[in-house]
Ligand binder design. Structure first.
Ligand code: IVH
Length: 671
């Protein structure tokens, strides 16, 4: 069927609107309207149309959210309306002074204020012309900022085109780019897993991410935004009466606006708001460092104007700094779930914003050297939200000369394995893998994973209990478990205990490649495990392989080879492997028999099969040389349909693709 160009243009416009609506629901309202795969389907359709009609791609196309070519430097942008900073207040007398100056300046007995949060990120100005985002700039010195348009386009909660109808021809929306704490923590966790640098706090992470010259990197960073102010507007007649209405209108434009705001009519209401937000502060999902009071009427704001760099109509009421001075009494290292070693400062106990702090993270070895932190130093520690307190800097004036430098230990404090730090990585790691107490739960979950030894029923809750009750220390202990051990666990009846024992027992019959993958050797994923299995054909040969030998294996480079050698050189890892073999583990080696009937054919699997899981069917097909795809297309040769096959079956019928059941598939593969 040919689509008429006009229909295609209409479809394209509809896709842009629909995708924008879905993004707004997901990223601004936190209320997804469709499952991710449906969104992806529409998005791919958009890309397909754009590949036929590149001339249709505008700056507001949602395909522009992925970032563009890296820049050499940011262009400078002059703010036509300067971006001001706020005066700070700490005491009630500062608030009284502010209110008095506002009342006197406006010749009023009472002034209405709008109270909102002071977000701890960085200010940006978004310029929309005829509703389309044309430029985004940082505050800079308030008059000249940096052009970060490409980067800002990647922030999903910022609309590329404003929604609604009464949109002014020019509007600059001012607000804060920041990072939610949960996004910050998971981003750092990923960085650690990849051996990359961690950010010290969400503010630095937001600033570092926004000021990336490569917008493709920014696109991967979980940045968020709240709108809170106005720059240039054309026509001026558009401007609403009050700040509060302005924020409501922003919201109707599809811009994210924080809902924590209140109209305040007196000093006591301002203080109440400050106290109430202060109590909530630790449980807010982002960092704030105060509240902001703004004269609510925009006309009154104008009349008050500003002195030097700060408006007379607004004031930041800050919370006491979450920082304090204390002494470092020692530096230990902690071992994380993935074996990452983090130096931790033990502190003389100190109150930081109402919480007693005795430990602070020093992130990694380079960070300790960069900040030149030594045992005995007086340091500034900072606490922010739920994030672990950190050592900000050393007070060098207080240094006596007898402070002791930190030395990274050679062995893991938990399991005594070697600590190693690979070239080019910031993070040192314990090489104890299967054996290290800190890594035990993670190692067991990996061992039992569907694509590793596939022990059904051995999930997080069970692993937690098995490790905490000391029943299981290494994967080898799993094979010594008895029904009576399991029945005592929480929420574990006789039947589920039996089932778990059965699947543990079942896992004894496995393949060499799954076994190698299950060991959880760093840098050895499924593909490398496969290559190692077909190269060595036995676990003993792999255990004794010299470095030079490993380097000959397909796709194994020095990093992987070193990682395997150091794993195998730890005697406790070898003991675990020996014990596993002694439990009766059978490591089958697949010859990878290519079957000419299915080799090169593309299968799609759907529904529930009578005798095997879809993963098992996929393995079987792949080993026979077939390809297994996720979606039905005209390139599909067979759809294998089980019970409850849904849309894929309908699609296959529509495209006239041969539909077979599990037993027919088995006949084809095993013929
Ligand atoms: S209004 C006209 N509102 O604080 C006043 N600023 O010291 C312009 N900030 O650079 C700022 N939350 O990065 C305003 N609700 C808020 C804010 C806020 C955080 C930051 C902003 C600005 C700095 C001013």
């Amino acid at each position: 069927m040919q689509i008429h160009p006009n229909e295609l243009a209409d479809r394209y416009a509809w896709l842009q609107r629909e995708l924008a609506r879905l993004e707004h629901a997901y990223y601004v309202l936190d209320d997804p309207l469709l499952p991710d795969n449906e969104y992806d389907r529409l998005y791919r359709e958009l890309l397909a149309i754009e590949s036929i009609h590149p001339e249709w791609v505008g700056p507001d196309s949602l395909s522009q959210r992925v970032g563009g070519a890296p820049l050499r430097e940011f262009d400078s942008v002059r703010h036509s309306v300067p971006m001001l900073s706020l005066n700070n207040a700490f005491e009630i007398s500062d608030i009284e002074g502010f209110d008095r100056r506002c009342r006197e300046g406006l010749h009023l007995d009472l002034v209405e204020y709008s109270g909102e949060l002071k977000f701890d990120g960085l200010a940006v100005s978004l310029r929309y012309e005829n509703g389309i985002l044309v430029r985004a700039a940082t505050r800079g010195d308030g008059v000249n900022g940096e052009d970060v348009t490409e980067n800002v386009r990647t922030i999903r909660s910022i609309p590329l085109r404003l929604a609604g109808n009464k949109i002014p021809s020019i509007i600059e929306v001012r607000g804060e780019v920041f990072m939610y704490l949960k996004d910050f923590l998971s981003m750092n966790e990923k960085a650690v897993a990849l051996g990359e640098k961690e950010f010290a706090n969400p503010r630095n992470a937001a600033a570092g991410s926004l000021r990336q010259l490569d917008s493709k990197i920014t696109a991967k960073r979980p940045l968020s935004f709240f709108a809170y102010g106005l720059g240039e507007v054309e026509p001026q007649s558009w401007i609403p009466q009050t700040h509060n209405e302005l924020l409501d209108v922003f919201s109707t434009f599809g811009l994210p606006v924080c809902s924590e705001r209140r109209i305040l009519n007196s000093i006591s209401e301002m203080m109440e708001f400050y106290e109430a937000v202060g109590e909530k502060r630790a449980s807010l999902p982002y960092d704030i460092d105060g509240v902001v009071y703004k004269v609510n009427s925009l006309a009154e704001q104008n009349r008050l104007g500003f002195v030097s760099r700060a408006p007379r109509f607004a004031l930041a009421h800050k919370y006491p700094a979450q920082e304090a001075l204390t002494r470092i009494v020692g530096i230990d290292v902690q071992v994380g779930r993935t074996g990452a070693i983090t130096p931790v400062a033990r502190l003389a106990p100190v109150d930081v914003g109402g919480v007693t702090v005795t430990n602070a993270t020093l992130h990694n070895e380079d960070e300790v050297l960069r900040k030149d932190v030594r045992i005995g130093d007086t340091v500034i520690v900072r606490r922010a939200g739920d994030v672990i307190p950190e050592v900000v800097s050393v007070v060098l004036d207080r240094r006596q000369g007898n402070e002791v430098k930190f030395v990274m230990p050679l062995r893991c404090p938990i399991c005594d394995s070697h600590i190693e730090r690979l070239d080019g990585e910031a993070i040192a790691r314990c090489s104890g893998g299967l054996f290290c107490g800190a890594q035990r739960k993670q190692a067991l979950l990996h061992f039992a994973h569907r694509r590793a030894l596939d022990i059904e029923g051995l999930g997080e809750k069970i692993v937690e209990q098995l490790v905490d009750s000391n029943l299981v220390r290494t994967p080898a202990d799993l094979y010594q478990l008895k029904a009576s051990d399991l029945e005592n666990l929480d929420r574990m009846g006789k039947k589920s205990a039996d089932n778990l024992l059965k699947s543990i027992n079942h896992s004894l019959n496995t393949t060499l490649e799954r076994f190698i993958f299950a060991l959880g050797i760093r840098h050895v994923g499924e593909t490398t495990a496969k290559d190692l299995a077909s190269h060595y054909g036995s676990i003993q040969l792999l255990m004794n392989a010299p470095l030079e030998g490993l380097l000959i294996v397909h796709d194994v480079g020095p990093i992987v080879a070193n990682s395997i050698c150091s794993f195998m050189s730890e005697s406790h890892n070898r003991v675990v492997i020996e014990k596993l073999l002694a439990s009766g583990m059978r490591l089958n080696v697949d010859e990878g028999k290519i079957n000419p009937v299915v080799s090169g054919k593309t299968f799609v699997l759907t529904g529930v099969f009578p005798t095997m899981t879809r993963d098992e069917a996929r393995d079987l097909l792949e080993k026979a040389g077939a390809k297994v795809a996720g979606a039905v297309s005209k390139n599909t040769d067979y759809l294998v349909a089980g019970v409850d096959a849904g849309s894929k079956l309908a699609k296959a019928r529509e495209l006239n693709i041969e539909v077979i059941d599990e037993s027919t598939m088995l006949k084809l593969v095993l013929n």
